[in-house]
Ligand binder design. Structure first.
Ligand code: 87F
Length: 587
């Protein structure tokens, strides 16, 4: 192990984070060198600022601490926290320890913890959303909230708790979800007379009020949304953002006077979900309908936006919008008098999008250096790092950075100067790269002399200079270019994974090679069950990955259908093909 010390550290003392970055000890530079040497650790000196300019990117400061990946046991309530204990190995706080393509799940945990998005918590399946991820959620909220308000949707808030009676009012559809419902059974040391459930979704909480509020056709449409948390006590392996026992979401519930109006509502919302993913998060999605097997059992039909994580070949449901028909209005007595003064049941829709959005975005774009945030979703779009050496007047350099930052803010670019004196530029570079900030502006003495700044793009790691007078125009344009570039890259990666099969043999091969597979399909519920069973059987016989067998299903029937040949048969059962379906392993 070798220890490299920046020769230009201004102070006589060096700040050290002893295993944990929330506490600091100060030690004289020479004492540190003596201590290291006495332990047989070689030390050397380097002019980091020069190295920055010569090598483009310095070695980040090494800290001997490793955040080990959590292994959780969802059967018990506690989670084994990612260990923050130190190990003897020379691992790095500012670098990702795993490769995305070699060890996806440890890579993912490492990225979201080290980028300060997530902190682990001592209840399995529950995680702390730190400001870096919560700010992303706020941007998603604002984007979607503005859109639904244009459609006349209003926000409201309904209670967290559901009485036993209300939850059972629609027991048919709750039946399958029962094991996931969490109950409060005690207050203090007294058992409650009647346990109350914590909302897993709010149909049974909201619809009794819908029944009271809707009397005449003049009360329709009723369009409500709420931004809340929900609890679903899952037993499958939890994954932060993707599958958690408590999560944040919006749930929209509307009531209409016609099926057509409800249809329009369903597809307007689906289009907003597409926009959240594609336009904001730069994640390409496939809008489609769920098969009978996969739809929400309480409704007429379910629409969805689906994508696939190319790195692990898993399909993932991104958000859903349901047409409930009159099923719930009949259960909850949501009736109105139409223009002819006839009594009629309302037509309803419901739709939901969760903090899973953030996980999908991370899994899609992040790389072995950490997060890559598309500019439209980045809490900080431009980080400005002053490069100050012992020979420079820090004030002159910092003041210019503040000036550029103020101009960028004036152009509505979310910008920040990292002017902390604790860390050197190399540390700051690595830190903000890990957090995925799309653009870094560096500014040191050389830049000052040339009247320029140096710009670095996180996504493709390109580095170039820009004249002072051009900074605002260049950066605003560059942010859009980066947004588009990140989307196009993700889109190509998804296209590579989208394969077609017309028979079961090639289907099986493609699915087990981690692809999603488009097939001509009869669209019969029993056929989907038979496909699953056949995949399972094949996998047992041929040693195919067990995981493939367990979770292979239709992801959706895409809205955009290719024309099927007149005599096209179902890839599995040989009946006439009715649709093209996308299949995959899934979360
Ligand atoms: C878990 C426990 C109890 C999903 C559950 O998709 C009930 C449920 O009803 C449950 N998990 N669901 C389906 C939710 C349907 C629907 N609700 C409004 C949505 C969008 C938002």
């Amino acid at each position: 192990m070798q220890f490299i010390l920046d020769e230009e550290i201004v102070s006589e003392y060096v700040a050290i984070h002893p295993m944990i970055n929330t506490s600091t000890i100060w030690i004289k530079r020479d004492d540190l060198v003596a201590l290291l040497n006495s332990q047989g650790i070689k030390t050397s000196k380097l002019k980091l600022t020069e190295a920055v300019e010569e090598e483009k990117k310095p070695e980040p400061v090494k800290v001997t601490k490793v955040a080990k990946v959590a292994k959780e046991n969802p059967k018990d309530n506690t989670s084994t926290l990612p260990s923050t204990t130190t190990t003897a190995s020379n691992t790095n706080l500012l670098s990702i320890q795993y490769k995305k393509l070699e060890n996806f799940s440890d890579w993912y945990t490492d990225v979201i913890v080290k980028s300060e998005m997530i902190e682990y918590y001592d209840i399995s399946g529950c995680y702390i959303l730190r400001p870096w991820s919560y700010q992303i959620w706020e941007i998603i909220q604002k984007f979607f909230d503005d859109k639904i308000k244009e459609l006349g949707v209003e926000n409201a808030y309904f209670p967290l708790f559901v009485s036993f009676k209300a939850l059972n009012q629609e027991k048919d559809h709750v039946e399958g979800f029962k094991p996931e419902v969490a109950w409060v059974t005690r207050s203090g040391d007294k058992e409650l007379e009647c346990p109350i459930a914590i909302r897993p979704t709010s149909e049974t909480i909201m619809y009794p009020s819908f029944s009271k509020w809707i009397r005449s056709h003049r009360d329709l449409p009723l369009k409500l949304n709420q931004w809340t948390n929900v609890v679903r006590w899952e037993f499958k392996n939890p994954t932060p953002f993707i599958r958690t026992r408590e999560f944040l979401w919006q749930e929209g519930h509307t009531a209409h006077s016609s099926l057509e109006e409800a249809d329009k509502q369903v597809f307007d919302i689906l289009e907003f979900y597409r926009q959240v993913y594609e336009d904001l998060l730069a994640v390409p999605v496939i809008p489609g309908r769920k098969s009978e097997n996969e739809k929400f059992a309480g409704g007429f039909y379910t629409t969805t936006v689906e994508t696939m994580i190319p790195a692990n070949g898993k399909g993932i449901q991104c958000a859903t919008s349901h047409n409930l028909g009159q099923n719930f209005s009949k259960m909850f007595d949501i009736k109105y008098l139409n223009e002819k003064r006839e009594e009629s049941y309302a037509w309803q829709t419901s739709w939901g999008m969760t903090t899973r959005t953030i996980g999908v975005m991370v899994m899609t774009h992040a790389d072995d250096n950490g997060l890559i945030l598309p500019p439209r979703i980045a809490p900080i779009q431009v980080i400005l790092v002053p490069i100050i050496t012992t020979k420079d007047d820090p004030k002159v350099i910092k003041d210019k950075m503040y000036e550029i930052c103020a101009e960028l803010k004036g152009a509505k670019v979310r910008s920040k100067v990292d002017d902390s004196d604790i860390h050197n530029p190399g540390w700051k570079f690595a830190h903000w790269e890990l957090k995925g900030v799309p653009i870094r502006i560096e500014y040191g003495k050389k830049d000052m002399e040339k009247g320029q700044v140096t710009v670095f793009c996180r996504d493709n790691r390109e580095r170039f200079t820009v004249e002072f007078s051009e900074v605002n125009a260049t950066i605003t344009k560059l942010l859009e270019t980066i947004q588009e570039r990140i989307f196009n890259k993700a889109k190509s990666a998804l296209e590579v994974k989208k394969k077609t099969a017309n028979d079961f043999e090639s289907f099986l091969k493609l699915i087990s090679d981690n692809n999603m597979v488009l097939t001509p399909w009869c669209n019969v519920q029993k056929c989907e069950e038979n496909v699953k069973a056949a995949v399972k059987e094949e996998s047992e016989n041929s040693g195919l990955d067990e995981k493939v067998a367990g979770s292979c299903k239709t992801l959706c029937i895409p809205l955009q259908q290719e024309v099927l040949a007149e005599n096209q048969k179902c890839f599995f059962c040989d009946a006439k093909a009715q649709v093209q379906a996308v299949w995959g392993r899934s979360y």
